[in-house]
Design a protein around this ligand. Structure first.
Ligand code: OGA
Ligand code: MN
Length: 295
């Protein structure tokens, strides 16, 4: 399969040549996509027509095990009947646009914070694959930040200082910064997870900063010092030259590596315009090619 990739940003993100991902079956094609993911960290595929089941099947073949605790699934049942299929839409179970006060809406609003998917879980998310089903006529974009570039461009002394540090990630923390409240039972379920501040891609050896608005503190540092460091790194990582803004078209299918990027939704009049998106995220466990071969 002769897939070609056209860069959409100087340091990451590429658009793939025409392909129907539902029809991809041979392992060499999957390996080509994984290699492109290692190179570009975000891949854009146009005109895909996945059903929910086909999206789940594709994600499993590409990257192994699926994440079932990435987002709102910790709070409510999925309207798609499988917790691995995350609803990122602004509509309710009856297909009506969510009202301003709806709990599901305030939950999804938090996607406007810079984050990586499921960093508050262990295992964390590896690849996320977001399918745009219905896209409004107004812009309702998603931004991505290159966390490899964020790491590469730090001064050497800062880089050395980050090795061996860990951040605690908690969704309760990031949501609380927006005034969202959790019950005691929910808080207990959302205790969070600890991950290194610098991740190394095991296939390429490339380092990236692993940050998110879920990062509440640095385990090895006093709270205030850790939070200030996290803020500085966040500011550095999201400078305009490291950000790609994706303007969605219906049928777009975007795969990103959560170890090497952050992302955030951009605001639009979401109580007026319908936007239907469906995401599948994989677990960051094992080597993807070996996981897929074993499956
Ligand atoms: C996601 C996400 C952003 C958006 O699906 O994980 O953060 O723009 N989406 O919908
Ligand atoms: Mn997300």
């Amino acid at each position: 399969m002769g897939l070609e990739f056209r860069k959409l940003h100087p340091t990451f993100v590429a658009e793939a040549s025409r392909i129907d991902l539902r029809k991809v079956v041979d392992e060499s094609a999957f390996e080509q996509i994984r290699e492109a993911m290692d190179r570009f960290a975000v891949l854009v595929f146009r005109d895909q027509g996945f059903s929910g089941e086909e999206q789940l099947a594709f994600a499993t073949r590409l990257d192994g095990e699926l994440h079932r605790k990435t987002g709102i699934s910790v709070l409510q049942k999925s309207r798609f009947g499988d917790e691995a299929l995350t609803d990122v839409s602004n509509v309710n179970a009856d297909g009506e646009i969510l009202e301003a006060g709806a709990r599901q809406r305030s939950y999804t609003l938090a996607n406007r914070l810079w984050h990586t998917d499921a960093s508050f879980q262990d295992p964390r998310g590896r690849y996320s694959m977001l399918a745009a089903l219905v896209v409004p006529a107004v812009s309702a974009d998603t931004e991505f930040a290159d966390m490899r570039s964020a790491h590469d461009t730090l001064p050497q002394t800062t880089k050395s200082g980050l090795e061996g540090l860990h951040a605690h990630h908690s969704i309760a923390y990031s949501r609380q910064t927006l005034g969202f409240e959790f019950s005691a039972a929910e808080s207990e379920r959302l205790k969070g997870a600890v991950h290194p501040l610098v991740l190394v891609n095991p296939r390429t050896g490339r380092r990236s900063l692993y940050l998110a608005s879920h990062a509440s503190r640095i385990v090895e540092q006093p709270i205030a010092e850790g939070r200030l460091l996290l803020r500085d790194l966040m500011e550095h990582a999201t400078r305009p030259e490291r950000v790609y803004r994706h303007a969605w078209r219906a049928g777009d299918f975007v795969i990103w590596d959560n170890r090497a990027t952050m992302h955030r939704a951009r605001p639009f009049e979401d109580t007026v315009h319908r936007r239907e998106m469906r995401r599948v995220t994989t677990l960051d466990v094992g080597d993807p090619s070996r996981v897929a071969q074993a499956a």
